[in-house]
Design a binder for this molecule. Sequence first.
Ligand code: CP
Length: 317
Amino acid sequence: MRTYTNVKDLGNLQEAVKEALEIKKNRYAYKHIGENKTLLMVFFNSSLRTRLSTQKAGMNLGMNTMVLDINQGAWKLETERGVIMDGDKPEHILEAIPVMGCYCDVIGVRAFAQFENKEYDYQETIINQFIKYSGKPVFSMEAATGHPLQAFADLITIEEHKKTARPKVVLSWAPHPKALPQAVPNSFADFMNEADVDFVITHPKGYELAEQFVRGARVEYDQMKAFEGADFIYAKNWAAYQDPNYGKIISSDRNWTVSDRQMAVTNNAHFMHCLPVRRNMIVTDEVIESAQSLVIPEAANREISAQVVIKRLLTAP
Ligand code: CP
């Protein structure tokens, strides 16, 4: 594996989950793999879980780890080619990336969608420049259109907690005061479409995700109907994808906030969210604090998903 940006990079998903569960039993078993190797984590956006869990994964593998926050202490980077650089950005990403590649063996990149240009976001311009110009294996720590480390951790969590061979998993839109990228729901859909689950997506009309991620999965506009008999509820907000509303909030309907009302029609479902979460916007205090909430185990599994990915990047032929 030379890059990790989507579910396909993992190859056989069942084998990847099996590898993750093995690593979880003894996360220091591969400490020799990363000896004298350096992990560089580059953040264009804020993070709590990704920053800590990925660093921990690298340390579990014996790596040295470095973190660069592009917007705090590094030179501001110009990312467009052909720009006359007479503004506030003194360095171009086309020099910065190969320089970063000189100092490390593996690079993780976080660069969210900017919502200024849908084509620019959905072409994954920034992470693809790292893949092209760094000369090193690159993995996504949440890019413009996907968050595959999160979705892999979510799948591991579902595998650990499912009570039936083929559980019903519902991805539900929920309200949020800010326009958020589609990266988390895109990757979650991508993984669930590959996994052995009964997958349903529910959201208000106008919040349809890109077909390359939905891939024909059932979309149910009635949230209560979607929740009926569900084993896992995965709540997340995202801004509109479809034109002409790309990147915009088109509903703030608090009836979509996940509460005991919706959870009552499920099969005593587990509640999931990638965090950070806005309580009583996305989910009520009662649901997130309930015994069925998996938000902390999901976050814990971020260390494991990152460790599988970095291990594979380090050992690829
Ligand atoms: N879930 C997630 O990626 O969390 P952070 O944004 O805090 O890294």
